[in-house]
Design a protein around this ligand. Structure first.
Ligand SMILES: NC(=O)c1ccc[n+]([C@@H]2O[C@H](COP(=O)([O-])OP(=O)(O)OC[C@H]3O[C@@H](n4cnc5c(N)ncnc54)[C@H](OP(=O)(O)O)[C@@H]3O)[C@@H](O)[C@H]2O)c1
Length: 353
C-alpha cells in the first residue's frame, strides 16, 4: 500500500425522482474500503465529463436497466493515489480512467457491465477499481481534456473505424460524441459534414473549422436533409454516417449514404417510432449499406481506449476546443440539467478540484 487511504468519499447518487424540476442527484458521503483489494487501485478523480446517457438515465428515459440510486457518469480522469499489494500495471501517480464497460477488455468478452447502469458510475471524488479495468491516459492532456476520452472519445473512435483518408463522413448533431468524431475525422483526412438544428451552432463550428471549410446542414430547417448531403457529395452520398438520432433519423441517414457505405448506429436521441422505419429494409437492399449497430460497441473495449490514447499521443491532439462548459463538483445537478436541455456544443465537464 503506497499511502494512507481516505476513509470516506463524496459521491453523487441518483435520486430516481423523475418529476420535472426535482433534483436528479444527491451528494452523499460514503465509506471507502479500509484496505484495497490486492489488484485494485484507488483513484483520486480530478474531472468528470457528462454524456447524454447520464441526463437520460437521471430523467428515467434509459432503454436499458439500471441499478437503483446508482452513481451516474462514466467519463472520469484521475490519478492513482494508492495501489493494492499485487498490482502489476499501475502505480501511484499514473494518470488513469476506468473503462466504460468494465467487462469489455478486448472486445471479445461475452459479459457486459456498464458504469452508471449495471454498476455505480464515476461521479465521485475517489474511485476503487481493479487495475485490469483501468487505462492510462495521455500525460500531455489537462485533466479537463483527459476526461472526455473514455466514453465520448472511444465511441467516436469505434464509430469511425473503417473509413480512411479522403473518404467522407456525416456527423449528426453537435453533441459530445459528434464533436469528438469531428475532431478525429478532420485529423484523419476525412471530409466531414455536420448536421445541426441550430444555425448559431453551425456558424460557431464553421468559424472553428474554416480551413478547409466545414460543410453543415440544418436538419430542422431541411427535414429531408439527405438531399443537401447528396448535393454536397455530388449525388454520391457519404462513406460513413455517425448516427445519433435512431429511428427518427435512420432513413435520412440511409438516403445520405453511398451504395456500399456504412452507418454506425451510436445513439437514439430522436423520438423512437417504429413507423419511421417503414422504408428500412428496401433502402438497405437498394443502397447495399452496411448498417453497423454501433459495431456492437458500448463505447468500446479497453483495447480501443488504449489505441485511441496512442493515436492522440502520436500527434498530441488537444481537446480543449470541444469543451463547452465547466461546472464545479457541487453543481453536478445543474450540469446534468444543462446536458438534458441540449445546450452544449461538445462536452460538459465537472471539475472535482
Ligand atoms: N453506443 C454507444 O456506445 C454510445 C456511447 C455514447 C453515446 N451514445 C449515444 O449517442 C447519442 C449522443 O450522445 P452525446 O453524449 O454525444 O449526446 P449530447 O452531447 O447530449 O448531444 C446532443 C446533441 O445531439 C443533437 N441531436 C439531438 N437530437 C437529435 C436528432 N433527433 N437528430 C440528430 N441530432 C440530434 C443535438 O445537436 P444540435 O443542437 O446541433 O441539433 C444535441 O445538441 C446519445 O443517444 C447517446 O446515448 C452511445
Amino acid at each position: 500500500m503506497s499511502e494512507a487511504i481516505p476513509s470516506t468519499r463524496r459521491a453523487f447518487r441518483r435520486t430516481d425522482d423523475f418529476t420535472q424540476g426535482s433534483a436528479k442527484v444527491k451528494l452523499v458521503t460514503e465509506n471507502l474500503p479500509a484496505s484495497l483489494p490486492p489488484t485494485s487501485v484507488l483513484i483520486k478523480v480530478h474531472t468528470i465529463s457528462l454524456n447524454y446517457r447520464d441526463a437520460n438515465i437521471a430523467n428515467g428515459g434509459n432503454p436499458w436497466p439500471v441499478i437503483p440510486y446508482g452513481i451516474p457518469c462514466n467519463d472520469a480522469a484521475g490519478e492513482v493515489v494508492a495501489a493494492g499489494s499485487r498490482t502489476i500495471n499501475l502505480k501511484v501517480g499514473d494518470r488513469v480512467a476506468p473503462i466504460v464497460d468494465t467487462e469489455n477488455l478486448t472486445g471479445r468478452e461475452n459479459a457486459r457491465s456498464w458504469l452508471a447502469a449495471d454498476e455505480d458510475g464515476v461521479l465521485a471524488d475517489y474511485l476503487v477499481f481493479d487495475e485490469r479495468k483501468v487505462s492510462r491516459l495521455p500525460s500531455y492532456l489537462s485533466w479537463e481534456e483527459a476526461c472526455l476520452i473514455p466514453c465520448a472519445g472511444v465511441t467516436a473512435w469505434s464509430a469511425l473505424k473503417g473509413v480512411g483518408f479522403g473518404q467522407s463522413v456525416l456527423i449528426q448533431g453537435t453533441g459530445g460524441v459528434s464533436m469528438f468524431a469531428l475532431k478525429l475525422a478532420r485529423a484523419s483526412g476525412l471530409r466531414a459534414i455536420v448536421t445541426s438544428s441550430s444555425d448559431k451552432k453551425m456558424k460557431a463550428l464553421q468559424d472553428r473549422y474554416s480551413n478547409p471549410p466545414l460543410s453543415t446542414v440544418n436538419y430542422a430547417t431541411y427535414p429531408e436533409w439527405h438531399r443537401k448531403v447528396l448535393e454536397i457529395t455530388n449525388g454520391v452520398g457519404v462513406d460513413l454516417v455517425i448516427e445519433v438520432g435512431g429511428s427518427q433519423t435512420l432513413i435520412e441517414s440511409l438516403k445520405s449514404t453511398r451504395r456500399g457505405g456504412v452507418i454506425s448506429q451510436v445513439g437514439y436521441l430522436g423520438k423512437q417510432n417504429a413507423k419511421d422505419l417503414d422504408e428500412l429494409v428496401p433502402l438497405l437492399i437498394d443502397r447495399r449499406v452496411n448498417l453497423s449497430v454501433s459495431r456492437g460497441i458500448n463505447a468500446g473495449s479497453k483495447q480501443d481506449l488504449d489505441d485511441l490514447c496512442d493515436a492522440m499521443s502520436a500527434v498530441e491532439m488537444h481537446l480543449d476546443d470541444i469543451i463547452d462548459f465547466r461546472f464545479p463538483f457541487d453543481d453536478a445537478d445543474e450540469a446534468i440539467e444543462y446536458v438534458w436541455q441540449g445546450k452544449q456544443v461538445g462536452k460538459v465537464v465537472v471539475e472535482v478540484d
